[in-house]
Design a protein around this ligand. Structure first.
Ligand code: KG4
Ligand code: ZN
Length: 346
C-alpha cells in the first residue's frame, strides 16, 4: 500500500510516500523558520498560508522522486492533531479532498503517534515493548508502548515542554529562533563549571517533569550578570546539562519501573546530541539500548505521518468524509488499529 503522508501541524510542511512493502519511497520538507524568525516564534496565520502554498509543489516533488503518478497512490494520511488548528486544517482539507478526488481512503494521524513510531522508519527498528520519551516543542512525555495503539502515559510535564523551555531560554539569551538548535550550538563553547542549575523534580519519586523553573533559573542567572553576552554560552551549557540530565534520570527510572530494556527517544529535542549521548549511556547502564529516528525524522516530517497512517490503514482503519482536526489529542487516547474504523472510506 502506497501512502502519501502530509504533515502540517506547525511550521514545517512535510510530504512523504511510504510503501508498506518497500518502505519509504520519498520524502521532502519545507521549513518556515525564516518566515517566523522575525517574530521570534510561530505566527499561526503565516504558518497556515505557507502550508497552503507549499503542499502541492511538495506533493509533485515527492511523486517525481518516487517515480509515481497520483493514480499510483493507495491512500492518504494527514496530521489531524495535536497542533495549530489552522495549520492542521490546511493539511487535513488537502489530504481529504485529494483522497476523495482519487477515490481512495484517507486517515487523520496523531502527530505524537507519528513521532513515537518514527524509529520504525530505520532498518534496526525497536521491538515492542519499549519506553518512549516523546520530547518536542509541545510535549515531554514518557510512554510505555506495548504495541500499535497500546500506549500508557507514565509521565508528563506539569508546565513547559522541554523544547518550549529550550526555545524560551534561547530567546531570553538573545539566541535565534528556533531556540533548541541555537542554544545547543552556543553551549558547545560554554564553560560547564560556571553555572549550575538544579535538575527539576529528580529529588522526588515519579516520572513527571517540570521545566519552567529551570527556564526561570537560566533567565535569572543572565539578569544577575547584567545580561553580559560573554556569559551566554556558559548559561546555555548549564541549562542544557540540567535539561539533559533530568530527561536521562527520568528515562532510567521509567525503564527500571517497567522492567523494560528498550528506550526510544523521538521528537525535536531528541535531535540534541548531548541528550542522545546521555540516553545511550543510561540505557547501556541497564544492559539495554536506545533507538532514535535519524536526525531529520526527530523533528517534524511527513515520513512519520505516512508510516503511522500506513500501519493503521493496513489494519483496515480509515476516516469518513468529514474533515476533523483535533488541536488537543492525547496519544494515550488512541485505540489499537481498526478500533474506530469508519464504515465508508469515500
Ligand atoms: O518535534 P518538533 O519538530 O515539533 C513539535 O512537534 O513540537 O520539535 C521542535 C522542538 C523545538 O522546541 C526545538 O527547539 C527543539 O525541538 N529542538 C531542539 C533541537 N532541535 C530541535 N532542542 C534541543 N536541541 C536540538 N538540537
Ligand atoms: Zn512534532
Amino acid at each position: 500500500m502506497k501512502v502519501l503522508g502530509i504533515e502540517s501541524s506547525c511550521d514545517e510542511t512535510g510530504l512523504a510516500i511510504f510503501d508498506s512493502e518497500q518502505g519509504l519511497l520519498a520524502h521532502t520538507l519545507h521549513s518556515q523558520v525564516k518566515k517566523h524568525a522575525a517574530y521570534g516564534g510561530v505566527v499561526p496565520e503565516i504558518a497556515s498560508r505557507d502550508h497552503i502554498r507549499t503542499w502541492l509543489p511538495l506533493t509533485r516533488q515527492c511523486l517525481s522522486m518516487a517515480q509515481l503518478e497520483l493514480r499510483d497512490l493507495d491512500a492518504i494520511a494527514f496530521t489531524a492533531g495535536p497542533g495549530l488548528a489552522g495549520a492542521l486544517f490546511t493539511g487535513a482539507v488537502a489530504g481529504r479532498s485529494l483522497a476523495w478526488a482519487l477515490q481512495i481512503p484517507a486517515i487523520g494521524v496523531n502527530h505524537m503517534e507519528g513521532h513515537l513510531l518514527a524509529p520504525m522508519l530505520e532498518s534496526d527498528a525497536p521491538e515492542f515493548p519499549f519506553i518512549c520519551l516523546l520530547v518536542s516543542g509541545g510535549h515531554t512525555q514518557l510512554v510505555r508502548v506495548d504495541g500499535i495503539g497500546q500506549y500508557r502515559l507514565l509521565g508528563d510535564t506539569r508546565d513547559d515542554a522541554a523544547g518550549e523551555a529550550f526555545d524560551k531560554t534561547a530567546k531570553m539569551l538573545g539566541l535565534g529562533y528556533p531556540g533548541g538548535p541555537h542554544l545547543a550550538r552556543a553551549a558547545e563553547s560554554g564553560n560547564p563549571d560556571r553555572f549550575r542549575f538544579s535538575r527539576p523534580m529528580t529529588d522526588r519519586p515519579g516520572l513527571d517533569f517540570s521545566f519552567s523553573g529551570l527556564k526561570t533559573a537560566a533567565i535569572t542567572a543572565f539578569a544577575e550578570v547584567d545580561r553580559n553576552p560573554e556569559c551566554v554560552a556558559d548559561i546555555a551549557i548549564a541549562f542544557e546539562s540540567a535539561a539533559v540530565d533530568t530527561l536521562a534520570i527520568k528515562c532510567t527510572r521509567a525503564l527500571k519501573q517497567e522492567g523494560i530494556s528498550r528506550l526510544v527517544a523521538s521528537g525535536g529535542v531528541a535531535a540534541n546530541s548531548r541528550l542522545r549521548l546521555a540516553l545511550e549511556k543510561s540505557a547501556a547502564a541497564l544492559g539495554g539500548r536506545v533507538f532514535f529516528p535519524r536526525l531529520e525524522f526527530c523533528t517534524d516530517n511527513g515520513a512519520m505521518i505516512a508510516l503511522a497512517g500506513a500501519i493503521r490503514l493496513e489494519a483496515g482503519e480509515h476516516d469518513s468524509l468529514g474533515v476533523v482536526v483535533r488541536p488537543r489529542w492525547p496519544v494515550d487516547q488512541l485505540g489499537v488499529p481498526a478500533d474506530g474504523a469508519a464504515a465508508d472510506p469515500m
